[in-house]
Design a protein. Structure first.
Length: 94
């Protein structure tokens, strides 16, 4: 089972967003990434979980976090070990 969210953008903002180059798809991507980063920063999700929510490999999610001013290492050592194991597993899948 997955959770789906629907965000209503006021019609008054639609033209401004379109002029800035946003489509419904690009707003969805940006919203997922922003949510993932926020939940990671608040320690709700691990780095691996947040990358998964953002639909990004961890090796791309870490620079994304840096680009918005968030540290990639922001949690206790036991969570770091779980994420290292997850990274190793992802690398073996490629």
């Amino acid at each position: 089972m997955s959770l789906s969210l629907n965000v209503q953008i006021p019609e008054s903002l639609q033209q401004a967003l379109e002029l800035a180059g946003y489509s419904a798809e690009s707003l969805g991507v940006e919203a997922r990434r922003a949510l993932a980063a926020s939940l990671y920063a608040r320690r709700v999700l691990t780095l691996a979980q947040a990358a998964h929510l953002a639909e990004m490999p961890i090796r791309e999610f870490i620079p994304f976090l840096a680009s918005i001013g968030l540290p990639a290492v922001n949690y206790p050592p036991e969570e770091l070990e779980r994420d290292i194991e997850s990274i190793r597993w992802q690398m073996q899948q490629e």
